[in-house]
Design a binder for this molecule. Structure first.
Ligand code: AMP
Length: 217
């Protein structure tokens, strides 16, 4: 699928889960600035060192840092491969930069898909989530446990991890950042007629089906 789409929604809305499904179904590439930053923190790069404390507080890392990461990843796409922007752009400045980055590469944004969710339910969703340390498959204490306890369904791994910023205080800050800085970028895309809304509280399969209909349109 050679379209570029943005998945927009507060933390825990399901952007990462849905992006992964588009990757599996269509060979698109998930470009998650959160994942890129976590990799930089783990590797101890200068970007990671600068970003860690900001991420632990749930605040936003500088526009320059994330935009540079996105540019590099776009250049690594295969010809004709579509990108799913997950967690980027998060500010009006990032949205402007993304326009420039895409135009420089003769790419256009086909859809901005907003996952609409009830924020109170999200805290529970986020605070219970964890992933396989080997393949990254997502799980949840209450909603999706591995079929065999302690063994990843996808790769058979036995180690799991939780994000340090998935605690209630940090989640509340991340929500506030979303409301203050990210939600206000929607009108930019609404003016272009490319925003579609999906009920992010529906079950995972329904959300995927709705997104599939949008990107096929
Ligand atoms: P996420 O995995 O998208 O929830 O992002 C985790 C954290 O990484 C955020 O709370 C921010 O501190 C940082 N981050 C991720 N993407 C961005 C972005 N586009 N702009 C600024 N900070 C970001």
């Amino acid at each position: 699928m050679d379209v570029d789409v943005i998945l927009l929604g507060p933390p825990g809305a399901g952007k990462g889960t849905q992006a992964q499904r588009l990757v599996d179904a269509h060979g698109m590439r998930q470009l998650s600035t959160g994942d890129m930053l976590r990799a930089a923190v783990k590797a101890g790069t200068p970007v990671g060192v600068a970003a860690k404390a900001v991420m632990d507080r749930g605040e936003l890392v500088s526009d320059e840092i994330v935009s540079a990461l996105i540019g590099e990843e776009l250049d690594a796409l295969a010809p004709g491969q579509g990108a799913i922007f997950d967690g980027y752009p998060r500010t009006a400045a990032q949205a402007e930069t993304l326009d420039r980055i895409l135009a420089d590469r003769q790419r256009t944004l086909a859809h901005v898909i907003e996952l609409e969710v009830n924020e109170d339910a999200l805290v529970e969703r986020i605070c219970g989530r964890y992933t396989c340390a080997t393949c990254g498959k997502g799980y949840h204490d209450k909603y999706e446990q591995p079929k065999v306890p302690g063994t990843c369904d996808k790769c058979g791994g036995h180690e799991f991890k939780r994000r340090p910023d998935d605690n209630e205080d940090t989640v509340r800050t991340r929500m506030t950042e979303y409301r203050a800085k990210t939600a206000p970028i929607l009108p930019i895309y609404e003016a272009r007629g490319i925003v579609a809304r999906v009920d992010g509280m529906a079950d995972i399969e329904h959300v995927t089906a709705a997104i599939e209909r949008i990107i096929a349109s």
